[in-house]
Design a protein around this ligand. Structure first.
Ligand code: ADP
Length: 490
């Protein structure tokens, strides 16, 4: 038998998933690693921890499935985006901890750059924010003495997690990244498809030390036998959200996926033309399998499934997330209650960090079921606001939404999403679409599939949800939500 192994290097854990060539999961292993919070708002990972967790999950998955090294034919990598690592080209030793995407240490510095906001957006498709890699790389170069020393000796490597892993697993032979990861650094020009000199100058990052950028489905080089015990080509690489979009088979312009996790992440394929959003969304590169670039529009909702955790842990009106569905179904509607979970402000399309969370429309008859129902509806409303923004930017209606993430188990939420967005919700059989995307990318490079159409047949829809309400009913609900949002923005 032949297999492909995928590494899913996430923010809190690393996973290895072993696939047969049909895309079936044969084994998987997962390992958490330490989160480091040196100061309020700072988040770091130890790169050595990340690497050892990756090696360990690969070995566990192979042992569990009793797969021999000789049966492996390729490797895919999908990873937490924006997080950066710097290391020594000769010893491989990191010069500092990885600075994680969530880390806010460069926030003030980014505020100082406000006058360049428009230029940054034009070149990178991104909003000026400390979330992206550029200011984190700049911070390392300014504050870490060892980084400065290695830079003058021309032996400093710096990159996102995919680059770090490939470099380490190949024994220093691969120094590359893919378009999706590069497009999240805020140093990459998504139109010219090159590291942007103007931005590299602005963030004082020497352009020549940055890795080579390649299509997501490509031969990056081989893993080192000495390091992993086997030598296979790394041939599929993508940042987690773009990989999930590919795993959902959103190959065509207008295809959209929504991930309902702690937050909700929406990505839409906009084809080979970058759309610059007039509605608060950002533009990035998608998984590219040929020389033609592929662009995506992205919007995030900060609090998605987290509002259900809040019902469970703080209000204690449910004892498990799953219970929210049965409770919501005990009432026929929210009785005019709306909940806006702006716990940390509001993300796309509002981008308002001062917005406050609220529950409105409470009467003497309001009970916990109404609140639970309003919380679930709120997730769908928030997602719908981003979808509406995407539709405006694209200029056409979205008819189907591919979904994944923990909260899609909730059929009530899926039904309500279909109703409020007037679209069909398609929930696939295999919901682990992030890793699946990297598998497809690797498999394409290895010519296991002839084309994208063949891939589409590999992960059928488990259940779809069609809209069931009238236009008027939808408008009424949306009006109530928009009123509540207005109050939250006051
Ligand atoms: P993440 O990857 O962000 O950790 P997951 O995809 O694992 O998130 O999803 C977990 C989130 O989904 C939690 O916030 C949880 O409250 C929510 N969730 C899980 N199951 C349900 C459910 N049946 N109904 C509603 N929300 C759910």
């Amino acid at each position: 038998m032949k297999y492909i192994v995928v590494i899913d290097q996430g923010t809190t854990s690393s996973r290895a998933i072993l696939y047969d060539l049909d895309g079936k999961v044969v084994a998987q292993a997962q390992q958490e690693f330490k989160q480091i919070y040196p100061q309020p708002g700072w988040v770091e990972h130890d790169p050595i921890d990340i690497l050892s967790s990756v090696r360990s999950v690969i070995s566990t998955a192979l042992t569990e499935a009793r797969v021999k090294h000789s049966e492996l034919i390729g490797m895919g990598i999908t990873n937490q985006r924006e997080t950066v690592v710097a290391w020594d080209k000769i010893t491989g030793e990191p010069v500092y901890n990885a600075i994680v995407w969530q880390c806010r240490r460069t926030r003030n510095h980014c505020l100082e750059l406000k006058e360049y906001e428009h230029e940054i957006l034009k070149r990178t498709g991104l909003k000026l924010d400390s979330y992206f890699s550029a200011s984190k790389i700049e911070w390392i170069l300014k504050h870490v003495v060892q980084a400065q020393k290695l830079l003058t000796e021309q032996r400093l490597c710096i990159g996102t997690i995919d680059t770090y892993l490939m470099w380490q697993l190949s024994g220093g032979r691969i120094y590359k990244t893919d378009y999706t990861n590069a497009s999240r650094t805020m140093l990459y020009n998504i139109h010219k498809l090159e590291w942007d000199s103007y931005l590299c100058d602005m963030f004082e990052v020497p352009r020549q030390i940055l890795p080579q950028v390649c299509p997501s489905s490509d031969f990056y080089g081989n893993t080192d036998k000495e390091i992993l015990g086997f030598e296979v080509p790394i041939c599929g690489v993508a940042g987690d959200q773009q990989s999930a979009l590919f795993g959902q088979c959103c190959f065509t312009k207008g295809d959209l996926k929504v991930t309902y996790g702690t937050g909700c992440f929406l990505l839409m394929n906009t084809g080979d033309e970058p759309l610059s959003s007039k509605n608060g969304l950002i533009t990035s590169l998608g998984c590219q399998t040929t020389t033609t670039p592929s662009y995506v529009l992205e919007g995030s909702v900060f609090v998605g499934g987290a509002v259900i955790q809040w019902l469970r842990d703080e209000l204690k009106i449910i004892s498990s997330a799953a219970e929210s569905e049965a409770l919501a179904r005990t009432v026929s509607d929210t009785n005019g209650v709306y909940l806006v979970p702006a716990f940390v402000g509001l993300g796309a399309p509002y981008w308002n960090f001062e917005a406050e969370g609220l529950i409105t429309g409470i009467t003497r008859g309001t009970n916990r079921a109404h609140i639970a129902r309003a919380a679930l509806e709120a997730i769908a409303f928030e997602v719908n606001d981003v979808i509406t923004a995407m539709q405006k930017d694209l200029g056409v209606d979205i008819l189907t939404i591919e979904v994944d993430g923990g909260a899609v188990e909730n059929n009530f939420l899926m039904e309500f999403q279909a109703d409020i967005s007037n679209a069909t919700i398609a929930r696939p059989k295999n919901r682990e679409v992030t890793a699946l995307g990297a598998f497809y990318l690797a498999a394409l490079a290895l010519h296991i599939f002839d084309d994208l159409a063949e891939i589409k047949l590999k992960n059928p829809i488990e259940k779809s949800f069609s809209p069931r309400v009238t236009k008027e009913e939808r408008q009424n609900k949306l009006e109530g939500w928009n009123k509540a949002i207005k109050k939250s923005l006051l």
